[in-house]
Each structure stands twice: as C-alpha cells, then as structure tokens.
Write a protein that binds this ligand. Structure first.
Ligand code: SF4
Length: 92
C-alpha cells in the first residue's frame, strides 16, 4: 500500500489498512554510518533510507549489505567455521 507517514506516496510493504505496521509505526532515520550512501532520501520529515526502514539495525552486526559507499570487502563478514567440520579437516 501507499505510505501515508514518512515516505508519503511510495509503495510500502509495511503499510496496511490500519496504518504503518513497522516497529514504532514509521520508518527510522539514517544513522551516521549511512552518510554517503546513494540510498539516502532527503525528505521534508528528515533523512531516510529508501531500502530499509530501520538503518541502525542494518549496521548493528557489521556493515550494511545495501550500502553503496563502502568497498565490497568491507561488507563481507568473517566466514564462520563449523568447529566440528574444522576439526575433521584437521585430522586428515
Ligand atoms: S542502504 Fe544501508 S547504508 Fe545505505 S542508507 Fe540504507 S541502511 Fe544506510
């Protein structure tokens, strides 16, 4: 449905007949780490991400995977190893 809160006029999956069903009832503004990203929207109500409703969450566990202003290697998180498989590989 069409947003009637922050991003008025844009189609949004969180907008339902009773209003915005996103956590807090509206989108959250960008965070400092978003500065420079091409997904930032300057709206009369503030600066918001056109891709994600809560940018702070995207940066909580590492770099945002939608960010356009950082290098790809910065986006990759360290590969998590399965300790069981790692120990089996060590035996061979
Ligand atoms: S795509 Fe990621 S880095 Fe860019 S504005 Fe949105 S949350 Fe911030």
């Amino acid at each position: 449905m069409e947003c009637v809160t922050i991003k008025q006029g844009s189609n949004c999956q969180f907008m339902v007949k009773t209003g915005c069903c996103f956590n807090g009832g509206q989108c959250h503004p960008i965070v400092e780490k978003c500065e420079g990203c091409a997904h930032i929207q300057d709206l009369p109500s503030g600066r918001y991400c056109d891709t994600y409703a809560h940018p702070a969450i995207k940066w909580m566990y590492g770099a945002c995977n939608f960010a356009t202003h950082i290098q790809p290697e910065q986006k990759q998180e360290a590969k998590k190893l399965n300790p069981l498989k790692a120990s089996k590989r060590g035996i061979r």
